[in-house]
Ligand binder design. Sequence first.
Ligand SMILES: [Zn+2]
Ligand SMILES: [Zn+2]
Length: 400
Amino acid sequence: MRSAPPTPSAGPGAPRRRRRPSARSRAAASTTRSRRRDDPRRCRPRFCRRASGAPLCSSGYPALTPRILGHEGAGIVESVGPRVTTVAPGDRVGFCFVPPCGHCRACSAGRFHLCETAAMRSYEGMLLDGTSRLHLADGREVKHFNFVSCFAERCVVPAASAVKLPDGLPLWEAALLGCGVVTGVGAVRNTARVAIGESVCVIGCGGIGLHVVAAARLAGAGLIIAVDLDATKLELALHRGATHAVNASHEDAVAAVLALSGGVDHAFEAVGLPATIRQAWDVLRPGATAIVVGLTPRGLDVALPALELLSEKSLKGCYYGSANVPVELARLADLVVAGRLHVSDVVSHLTDLDGIEEAFGRLRRGEGVRTIAVMDPESAEAPASLHESVAQQEGELGVA
Ligand SMILES: [Zn+2]
Ligand SMILES: [Zn+2]
């Protein structure tokens, strides 16, 4: 098992580093241009915000360049377009990387996370209105990434991507909510709908899987079996509410989970590899469901024993926690402020714009759990020392 999917080294999804300008120059370019274009008389609803924190996530690899990455983050609104009423300058906001258009077939059915308009514009690297607000100093257009592009000191996003945050939640922690937390919690609450007392297995305890564990605890699951290759991540999973930990580098994970549970009601795959998807299938009891949360590299197939469909096992995908993200992100922020959901203990590193390439290297190698790029330590309320911050939380990790 791997804690992060491998980076494609070739093909259309592979990073093309030489054609991308440095993070610093990209940030400067977007800042310069957005100031000029932020005249509210010229622009459609959107706002410019000062970036404070942006976590790195394995789904943050580029396909189109030049492009500014960063699809999850938090910051402070600097200015808004003329028709924006949901946020105002000075508001602290977290980001939703699927801003629902509100009128496509998916939105009409209440499946906002599958918004067809957002999917199309995201693929194009544009905002919802089909335009880019980012340019290099020489005028060349720069693609947005999932409407957010917050590996920068400032960014321009659709109003529907901005979710107002409650007081008392530091921005460096809030930056985690818009991807890993919403996805992990939503997988349990919305996709699987785990009921009290049901058994859960979580395969892969990285940035998403740990939130799946916490959400399973919140949902009242009985057995919560965490599986990973990394003892440190398993320790974090136990802190977050896992009842058992299986180290797949030492033992047969499927056999161990079956011995503990006799087959689980819900298996969550948070790695993104065919082998671990198959493991999630193999630990199910009859009638149970495996939820694939991990992002699988393009072009891979998953083989399953078709005869086992007779036992009414199911395999189900999960995107963005099957969530109405603007609503659920705000609710999760309230839970964090209330001390009922801990999110920052998954953060193993803090860095700045210049440290992003190194952080992606750690992600590819499966080292650490989450890195947050802090653009403005003061507004992000980032701890001077991550070690001290995490140490202060010892004894209260997990879900209250
Ligand atoms: Zn992400
Ligand atoms: Zn839509």
